[in-house]
Design a protein around this ligand. Structure first.
Ligand code: SF4
Length: 64
């Protein structure tokens, strides 16, 4: 599984960071950082990454 981030849609709420801090972060400007851009999510992080996708209030994250 990969996670695709729509940076234009992201509003920096940070709920994804709460769910999967190993995968997502917000930089000093409040912009989304996706640590696994263009990479498969390791099996150990799939559950947390899935929760992050489901937590985003503006649907800026999707599974691929
Ligand atoms: S939860 Fe959604 S809107 Fe908030 S930082 Fe993550 S991707 Fe952006």
């Amino acid at each position: 599984m990969r996670i695709i981030a729509d940076y234009d849609r992201c509003e920096g709420h940070g709920l994804c960071v709460d769910q999967a801090p190993e995968v997502f972060d917000l930089d000093d400007d409040g912009e989304l950082v996706h640590h696994l851009e263009d990479q498969d999510v390791p099996a150990a992080l799939e559950e947390a990454a899935g929760r992050a996708v489901d937590s985003c209030p503006v649907a800026a994250l999707r599974r691929a």
